[in-house]
Design a protein around this ligand. Structure first.
Ligand SMILES: Cc1cc2nc3c(=O)[nH]c(=O)nc-3n(C[C@H](O)[C@H](O)[C@H](O)COP(=O)(O)OP(=O)(O)OC[C@H]3O[C@@H](n4cnc5c(N)ncnc54)[C@H](O)[C@@H]3O)c2cc1C
Length: 488
């Protein structure tokens, strides 16, 4: 408690982790507090994983500016931190004549915002790009891309860590007291003294703001439900396919999103809810998503669904009916920087948001760059993507690559061990899953969870009752009935 930090960041989503990495370029004491068991457990791990090219945003807003800038920054950033980034293009499809004006509006908007290469194309060209998609016309955006939001956020956090920032997991900010030239921040794990606070608490940013004495923001969560399709149908789609969204919808309409790992995601819906932590999937929405998606991709079947999840959009409530709701990124008073209402395209805009925050800080503080800053983080091995020769070489050097733990995703024991011994010290089953992809396939862990649990037991020797799916309260066992067959 006697130590005084320079910056305390609240929230380990993609925005907080990006800011932590940017601050780690300078000679500063920075701590990021995340209440969950790992980074990317909030909205940053519950979205479409799309790097938006910038044509959806209303021109001259901060959202538009930071979307386009973030989209420009992401390829180099992903390369540096070892996260996959695939440019696959996007089609916004019109199925009826009266939807075509919306495509023209998006094109005009995108051109003002600085989106490159937008073209209106007809049904013939649509079917050349996407043989399985039905459309009358489409807006084609060749620079739209996909990424793995977990890889991106984890990569940022790990890179910030090796450059000196501290990432404190399972650490919930509960109280903030403002003194003359510093703050005390109470958490469930103890107190911090800090000269500055950066609030990037996502769905809870209004509450953190109020704790720091800035009242008046209110976030209304808008839930988006998704279904993940089996890799077996991944070949049905080459690009991102979005519809013309329904009027006054809280999102971009139910879209079809290929993932960097070869699945397709279907969703999200848009329903305003009361609790930010309500992440339910509902049968009505499942039917609605399937019906809407089949209008574009008739070959879709319910039996192809392997997993459902939901993410909540942190919608900022406007203070008047004619206000355009935009991102709030500002220093409310000296030492307290607020980021509120960071909804879509926050994943894309995150590097530009961090750049803007550093810009705010540089207006009043001199930041001294560290010569030792290392922007690189090695890409984790994905055994399943290697050639047979590469696999053989790895197995010869490290026999744990020769044992498959997750059959559906062909994840090896070595990859699971690397995930388990991650630099952030995250120890849950979900932490292993989001790093290695073990249990992300069709059986969803039915086959590999017992093996993963054995590896956790062997490596970390925890009490059985302390093995968790994720954070507090997600304990998986109360005791042992018999010994499982051991993996050697
Ligand atoms: C359905 C959906 C689809 C989307 N699709 C896209 C897309 O395709 N492309 C795109 O660019 N954007 C997309 N977005 C938006 C994007 O996901 C978000 O804008 C972005 O993830 C916000 O990141 P964040 O770091 O601000 O928030 P979060 O990821 O929510 O991080 C905030 C963190 O703060 C932590 N926290 C909260 N309170 C406390 C506390 N008291 N103490 C400590 N920690 C705390 C939370 O646990 C959380 O981890 C989508 C969003 C949704 C909901």
């Amino acid at each position: 408690m006697s130590e005084v930090l320079d910056y305390l960041i609240v929230g380990g989503g993609v925005v907080g982790c990006n800011i932590a990495r940017e601050l780690s370029r300078f000679d500063l004491k920075t701590v990021l507090c995340e209440k969950e068991c790992d980074v990317a457990m909030g909205t940053s791990g519950r979205n479409s994983g799309v790097a938006h090219a910038g044509f959806y945003m209303i021109p001259k807003t901060l959202k538009a500016e930071l979307n386009v800038r973030g989209h420009q920054m992401l390829p180099a950033l992903c390369e540096e931190i070892g996260a996959q980034y695939n440019v696959i293009g996007k089609l916004v499809v019109a199925e009826k004549d009266d939807e075509i004006p919306y495509l023209l509006k998006l094109k005009r908007q995108g051109e003002i915002n600085g989106t490159q290469g937008l073209r209106l194309i007809d049904a013939d060209e649509v079917s050349k790009i996407e043989p399985n998609i039905r459309a009358l016309k489409a807006l084609y955006s060749p620079t739209s891309a996909i990424l793995d939001p977990f890889q991106l956020t984890i990569g940022l956090a790990e890179n910030a860590l090796i450059n000196g920032a501290r990432i404190e997991l399972n650490t919930e900010v509960l109280e903030i007291k403002h003194h003359e030239d510093y703050f005390t921040v109470e958490t469930n794990k103890g107190s911090y003294k800090t000269r500055n606070i950066i609030n990037s608490a996502g769905l809870y940013a209004d509450k953190i703001s109020a704790l720091a004495g800035v009242e008046g923001y209110r976030i209304y969560p808008c839930r988006g439900e998704y279904h993940v399709l089996d890799k077996g149908v991944g070949h049905l789609l080459n690009t991102l396919v979005y519809p013309v969204p329904p009027k006054d919808s809280g999102g971009l309409g139910v879209h079809l999103t290929p993932t960097v790992d070869g699945n397709i995601m279907l969703g999200p819906s848009a329903d305003y809810i009361n609790e930010p932590c309500d992440l339910a999937n509902t049968p009505d929405v499942m039917n609605q998503l399937l019906d809407e998606a089949r209008l574009m991709l008739p070959a879709l079947k319910r039996k192809d669904f392997i997993r459902s999840f939901a993410g909540n959009r942190p919608k900022l409530i406007p203070t008047s009916s004619n206000e355009t709701v935009d991102y709030v990124i500002k220093e409310e008073y000296e030492g307290f920087i607020n980021l509120v209402g960071i909804e879509s395209p926050g994943l894309t805009a995150a590097p530009a948001i961090a750049e803007r925050v550093i810009g705010l800080i540089k207006k009043r503080d001199e930041l001294i760059e560290k010569k030792s800053f290392n922007p690189k983080r090695d890409k984790p091995v994905r055994f399943s993507r290697l050639t047979d020769e590469q696999k053989a070489r790895l197995i010869a050097a490290e026999p744990a690559y020769g044992q498959i733990v997750c059959r559906c995703e062909t994840v090896t024991k070595k990859e699971v061990l690397d995930a388990l011994h991650n630099p952030l010290g995250a120890k849950s089953i979900n932490s292993i899953k989001i790093r290695s992809r073990a249990s992300m396939g069709r059986c969803q862990g039915g086959f590999c969870w017992p093996k993963i649990v054995q590896l956790i037991e062997d490596e970390l020797k925890p009490e059985l009752k302390d093995i968790r799916l994720c954070g507090a309260g997600s304990n998986m066992f109360i005791g042992k009935t018999k010994d499982l067959r051991r993996i050697k």
